[in-house]
Design a protein around this ligand. Structure first.
Ligand code: PBG
Length: 332
């Protein structure tokens, strides 16, 4: 056999051993990359499982506090909060969003009391509070009113900041709301309250289980395509990100996650800012369904998908698998 029959380069050489694979790994997932979304509800000692999100529950404040301590102990740096507002408190304008004693504000305080070391991220949008299930105020035809909604979102963000939120995250996709929220936060002295803009948020079929979790699915009239982005568009996502950064966003988010990693990469390459992605409820449910069907191994699917987010350019990932993933990572 002549020498020429050997490959000049053997890329498999460094794949041959666990130690060499780890030595050349370009991407390393850490618990500190994870943000854990949690759903909250009223009551005491309550854990309400969500049928379409197997393994995910709504927690009452005392149980939320346990989750916060769990997150801290696992090295998860931040929790994202979503309320299941009682149906009788929902109205056309989402008024309960501005109640300083609403579920969200009580949840912020519960997390801060239990684990002051970790960050609290709050969703700024009206869909858990409106009778229409939309993220804003609708007109007679059901069209979400931009500027009127934005003015309410500013107040909502202030209510959350006063309650102790560290990051406010507008997920509504109204035009101009990031700048309006930043200005209001500054005016009130919340200079270190950050904004994570759901900058490129798509009108996605992957949000179903989330809407069950916050009780808005049955209420939603029509769809959200007049404000969330068309999955067909990428350049428009770059324009959204550029605008939100100009308006004062500290972090930008792409949502959903896995089907949109091309957007993550383009945003990261273009803007060189911290980019986050949300592995949304339908993606979580898809993994769990695959596991339940015997089609895949949960631990492997979770770690592979989360690593892919990081490889694509994410500084962090919002994922319902956060605690599970952090546990896997801490056990090596
Ligand atoms: C609402 C909001 C949604 C999600 C986060 N914030 C749903 C929607 O836009 O209808 C979805 C998250 C998920 O599916 O896990 N403003």
């Amino acid at each position: 056999m002549s020498l020429a029959s050997f490959p000049a380069v053997r890329l498999r050489r460094s794949r041959a051993f666990a130690w060499s694979r780890s030595m050349v790994a370009e991407t390393v997932l850490n618990a500190s990359d994870l943000i854990w979304p949690l759903f909250v509800t009223d009551g005491q000692g309550v854990e309400e499982p969500i049928a379409t999100l197997p393994g995910v529950s709504r927690w009452s404040m005392d149980r939320l506090a346990e989750r916060a301590r769990e997150a801290r102990d696992l090295g998860i740096p931040c929790i994202a909060l979503f309320p299941n507002t009682p149906q009788d408190l929902r109205d056309e304008r989402g008024s309960e969003a501005l109640n300083p004693d609403n579920l969200m504000c009580r949840a912020i305080k519960a997390v801060k009391d239990a684990a002051p070391e970790i960050g609290v991220l709050t969703d700024v949008a009206l869909d858990p509070y409106t009778a229409s299930g939309h993220d804003g105020v609708t007109d007679a035809a059901g069209y979400v009113q931009n500027d009127e909604t934005s003015a309410i979102l500013v107040e909502q963000a202030l209510v959350q900041a006063r309650a102790g939120a560290d990051i406010v995250a507008p997920s509504d996709m109204m035009d101009g709301r990031v700048g309006a929220i930043r200005a209001a936060l500054e005016r009130e002295g919340h200079v270190n309250v950050a904004i994570m803009a759901y900058a490129a948020k798509y009108a996605s079929a992957f949000y179903g289980p989330f809407r069950d979790a916050v009780g808005s699915r049955g209420l939603l009239k029509g769809d959200k395509r007049s404000y969330q982005m068309d999955p067909a568009n990428a350049e428009e996502a770059l324009r959204e990100v550029a605008l939100d950064l100009t308006e004062g966003a500290d972090y930008v988010m792409v949502k959903p996650g896995l089907p949109y990693l091309d957007i993550v990469r383009r945003v990261k390459d273009r803007f060189e800012v911290p980019v986050f992605a949300y592995q949304v409820s339908g993606e979580y449910a898809m993994i769990e369904a695959a596991v339940a069907a015997g089609a895949g191994d949960r631990d492997a699917l979770v770690l592979e998908t989360l690593t892919a987010f990081k490889r694509a350019g994410c500084s962090g990932i919002l994922t319902y698998h956060a605690a599970h993933a952090a546990r896997l990572l801490s056990h090596g």
